[in-house]
Design a protein around this ligand. Structure first.
Ligand code: NAD
Length: 436
């Protein structure tokens, strides 16, 4: 393919040289003439493992060249990869100034081009930036329509500085956000033959995936460092602890506990987080991440309450009460907390949880309910139907198959989904559905 790469920094320079190394014909564009001169001399403008040799090789073979002339680069390529910087603005927001400038320049060049061209944004940008800001600029400056006269895609970059050439040829994944199928096909064509899964998703989803990754990487490092600091204060070898932690690929380093859903609770997680944070404070170790896990959880519970409050309806049916499915354990259940919050605000509540009703009858959890939650025990309904008949708002906190089968579609009732129902994607398009 014939490719133009805008911005010859760490991302653009590596993408340009690697794509040229894959057999594509690449022209790099930058506003900085020093970078253009360096490429012309077969030298990489950045320091990276293997980038020097690769740049020398692809420039010598004629597969890579560089220019400051935008119109010429767009005319001489079928696809443009935009890799300009998106630094922090003074107020912490993301500066899109370089992206806007490049979109305008590419748009002007597209006005004079008859063959279809695809504009691909590789820079990191917040969801909405491409469709709400850059596409209108491209359309205004070209006088053409995106997705019809030219293609647009977002293809975030997951390379790590230091090993970026290696990462290019062995990517963890390829994410393609596409305005139409042809745009996605054009991007997929660039990476044909490279390993790793390919995800073709809506453009704002592609933009967000980069933030999911980077915020999680920051969280992981912060978590490990806070844990290490507590270990040191307690005289433990932090690496012994973390090695055991990392060896657990069933619960720790795995998708377990990593799906958005409802708040956590139960007899262990809240108690043990409180205990660890207390131990850290007693040892004068500040652990802001660990200290904010329980407050974050409380915020999430409040979000669920707010979803109900926003409906303006007062008759609520709650499915699920135990702290998680498959148990009748009510200790520190977030659903109990939510039910109590609703009761406290005067909502008219009926509750169904097959496991809890059973234990109330059979006695396993009977004492706990009678001693601690008599006010909720009274609200337990005998059947799913009884709750549905009562409710103007149905709060779903369980994936009990009997409950799922009975849930209504549409109508006047509002369904508040705390568990991401299996048919959530369809329900999201219906009136009267709200989810976490
Ligand atoms: P960088 O600052 O190293 O390079 C940006 C380049 O764009 C510079 O050479 C600059 O001269 C050029 N430029 C600015 N305006 C231009 C214009 N109008 N036309 C042509 N060129 C122009 O930035 P980077 O580190 O390569 O990052 C680029 C983007 O990729 C950012 O959004 C960043 O967040 C993202 N990203 C970076 C990395 C990384 O490891 N550095 C990894 C993944 C994603």
């Amino acid at each position: 393919m014939k490719i133009s790469v805008f911005g010859l920094g760490y991302v653009g320079c590596v993408s340009a040289a690697c794509l040229a190394g894959q057999g594509h014909r690449v022209v790099g564009v930058d506003v900085n003439p020093v970078k253009i001169d360096l490429i012309a001399a077969g030298k990489a403008p950045v320091v990276e493992e293997r980038i020097g040799e690769l740049t020398a090789e692809v420039v010598a073979s004629g597969a890579l060249r560089a220019t400051t002339d935008v119109a010429e680069a767009v005319a001489d390529s079928e696809i443009s990869l935009v890799c300009v910087g998106t630094p922090s603005a003074p107020n912490g927001s993301l500066s899109t100034a370089y992206l806007e400038r490049v979109a305008e320049e590419i748009g002007e060049a597209l006005a004079n081009k008859s063959e279809r061209h695809t504009v691909v944004f590789r820079s990191t940008m917040l969801p909405g930036t491409c469709l709400d800001l850059l596409v209108p600029i491209l359309e205004k400056s070209s006088g053409r329509t995106a997705g019809v006269d030219f293609g647009v895609a977002v293809n975030p970059e997951f390379l790590r500085e230091g090993t970026s050439v290696r990462d290019f040829f062995d990517p963890p994944k390829t994410v393609i956000g596409e305005i139409d199928e042809a745009s996605g096909d054009a991007v997929a064509g660039l990476y044909e033959g490279l390993p790793g899964p390919v995800f073709r998703v809506p453009i704002p989803v592609a933009e967000m995936t980069k933030y999911a990754d980077n915020s999680f990487h920051g969280l992981k490092i912060g978590f490990a460092n806070e844990l290490g600091a507590i270990c040191r204060a307690l005289g433990l070898d932090s690496h012994q602890v973390i090695d055991v932690f990392l060896a657990d690929t069933k619960l720790n380093i795995s998708p377990a506990y990593l799906k958005p859903g409802f708040a956590f609770g139960g007899s262990c997680l809240p108690k043990d987080l409180r205990g660890l944070v207390y131990a850290a404070h007693r040892a004068d170790v500040s652990v802001p991440i660990l200290s904010h896990v329980l407050p974050s959880n409380a915020e999430h519970l409040q979000r669920a309450f707010d979803l109900v409050a926003r409906t303006g309806k007062r008759k609520v049916g709650l499915f699920g009460l135990s702290f998680k499915p498959g148990t009748d354990d009510l200790r520190e259940s977030p659903l109990v907390e939510l039910a109590e919050k609703l009761l406290g605000k005067g909502y008219d509540l009926k509750i169904h949880d097959a496991n809890v009703s059973l234990s109330r009858l059979m006695g396993a959890n009977r004492e706990y309910i009678e001693a601690r939650l008599p006010h909720l025990g009274q609200l337990l309904a005998g059947s799913i139907e009884e709750v549905l008949e009562h409710a103007d708002v149905v709060l779903v906190g369980t994936k009990d198959p009997d409950v799922l089968a009975a849930l209504p579609h549409g109508g006047d009732r509002v369904l508040v989904d705390l568990v991401r129902l299996p048919d959530a994607a369809e329900r999201r398009l219906e009136e009267g559905y709200a989810g976490l």
